[in-house]
Write a protein that binds this ligand. Structure first.
Ligand code: BYC
Length: 330
């Protein structure tokens, strides 16, 4: 069934039940799917959507923090922030490359981001008005990202799983530098403490929303779990994140902006926090392009893409020329 050439990445396939069953058996046996392996069109489509969205999130995610590079309060903070933002750019590149192995081009993905048909994470449509936002993003946004992305290291699609290993190592450093930044602020004067609390108040709920709609509203989770692309549901990961983060907030003397947050011994196997109602109207508004910063983010990405056109043209001209020289030499 899986012999070479049955259906490669670029060939049409007839998805018989036998083929779908064989594919599922391979997934169930934890055998990684590689770019030239036969795969159902819907599996390919799901991965292109998800890896593309992830790549766009990394690249758009450079913007809110990039906003503070020139104003970081010390050289040490500036170095850490520069390294972090650069890492996000690198993550975007690995992820675009992973998506390209599925037969989609970088240009196509960028076009979809700019015309609004491809999504990127809701979290990056919130502004970063104070320095404490940099701490809150590292601590909470990268913290949420790690919770979501560590299981993706076991994703059934090989190139995505492998890309996530390095991404997660770097996200872990990002989370620590963010938490340490927040801790430093909470040990400062009243204004600094207040700045940290205010950032936490603004970033907490959007971070909780990052995990996506609740399981009852998630369109893709069931199939993606079956294909072992996702290993946990949105709600499971959200709960893990909350349970891990509440003690961290307590340790540095910050209060989470949720009066309904309460330890519940009977939740799941080891207990867990009950939490308040998520504002799903806000989530969908942001996802559909009507958040505070959606327009600015896309405008910035469009400008970067347009401004970089000459670089792409020059690189391609060089590639074409060396191709021509190689064929003449052969
Ligand atoms: N924002 O059926 P569902 C980072 C969409 S990068 C916007 O549950 P799925 C970082 C979803 O796409 C963070 N849209 O979908 C970077 C779907 O719409 P479409 C990004 C969202 O795919 C820099 C619809 O809602 N991480 O961490 O099973 C600095 C229904 O959702 C969101 C990744 O991309 C959202 N928050 O699950 C710091 C990780 N949530 O596509 C940090 C990989 C849902 O049908 N992706 N939607 O039009 C995933 O794990 C999954 O795609 C999601 C959603 C959990 C995000």
């Amino acid at each position: 069934m899986y012999s070479q050439g049955l259906i490669g990445a670029n060939t049409e396939t007839k998805e018989t039940q036998e083929f779908l069953d064989a594919f599922q058996a391979r997934i169930d046996a934890e055998i990684k799917i590689e770019p030239n392996d036969p795969m159902p069109a819907a599996y390919r489509k799901t991965l292109i959507r998800m890896i593309g969205q992830h790549a766009h999130s990394e690249i758009v995610g450079m913007l809110p923090e990039g906003n503070w590079i020139t104003r970081a309060p010390t050289l040490r903070r500036k170095v850490a922030l520069l390294a972090k933002v650069q890492d996000e750019g690198g993550h975007g590149l690995y992820l675009y490359s992973a998506a390209e192995t599925l037969g989609v081009s970088r240009e196509q993905m960028t076009e979809e981001l700019l015309n609004g048909s491809a999504k990127y994470s809701s979290i990056f449509n919130y502004p970063t008005p104070t320095w404490a936002d940099i701490g809150a993003i590292g601590w909470l946004v990268d913290g949420a990202a790690i919770m979501n992305q560590v299981p993706l290291c076991r994703c059934s699609y090989g190139p995505y799983a492998r890309a996530m290993i390095r991404v997660c190592k770097e996200e872990s450093f990002h989370q620590r530098q963010g938490y340490e930044l927040m801790k430093t602020l909470t040990e400062g004067n009243e204004d600094q403490k207040q700045m940290a609390q205010d950032a936490l108040n603004r970033w907490w709920w959007p971070s909780i929303m990052m995990f996506g709609p609740s399981d009852t509203d998630s369109q893709h989770s069931d199939q993606s779990m079956k294909w072992k692309i996702k290993r946990f549901t949105n709600d499971e990961l959200r709960q893990k994140f909350i349970d891990a983060t509440v003690p961290q907030a307590k340790l540095i003397g910050l209060t989470l902006p949720d009066p309904d947050l309460k330890w519940n011994e009977n939740k799941n196997e080891d207990g867990g926090y009950d939490f308040g109602e998520i504002n799903w109207d806000e989530f969908w508004k942001v996802v559909k392009g009507h958040g505070m910063m959606n327009k600015d983010r896309i405008r910035a990405r469009k400008k970067a893409w347009d401004d970089g056109a000459w670089v792409r043209d020059a690189a391609l001209a060089y590639a074409k020329k060396s191709e021509q020289q190689n064929s003449e030499a052969a």
